[in-house]
Design a protein around this ligand. Structure first.
Ligand SMILES: [Zn+2]
Length: 103
């Protein structure tokens, strides 16, 4: 009986990648199928998170909540010096330190 919870998907791999995958499968005791499926799931989740974060950042920027490049640069350049300055604040003037991530 076919597995109805997964679907077969064909993908082309570079010969070197295929060799590395086979070697990894052998040394880890996992099947190549498991490793590919795990890698795709991880990659898709990472890409979804990155896109969601980018959309959130764009919404915050459009709403007037961002830190000026020169303020961030000045702060970072002060790290490790005798005159480290406080972290830059949002241009709106509020501190967003205690806010939960708005996702
Ligand atoms: Zn703000």
């Amino acid at each position: 009986m076919p597995n109805t919870r997964t679907a077969t998907f064909s993908v082309r791999l570079k010969p070197e990648t295929r060799k590395r995958l086979a070697k990894l499968a052998k040394s880890s005791g996992r099947s190549s199928n498991f490793l590919i499926s795990d890698a795709v799931e991880s990659y898709v989740a990472d890409q979804e998170k990155m896109l969601a974060d980018m959309r959130q950042a764009e919404r915050e920027f459009k709403a007037g909540h961002y830190i000026r490049h020169e303020d961030m640069k000045a702060w970072l350049l002060s790290w490790g010096t005798d005159h480290e300055i406080p972290p830059p604040r949002c241009v709106c003037g509020k501190s967003h330190d205690n806010e939960q991530s708005k996702q």
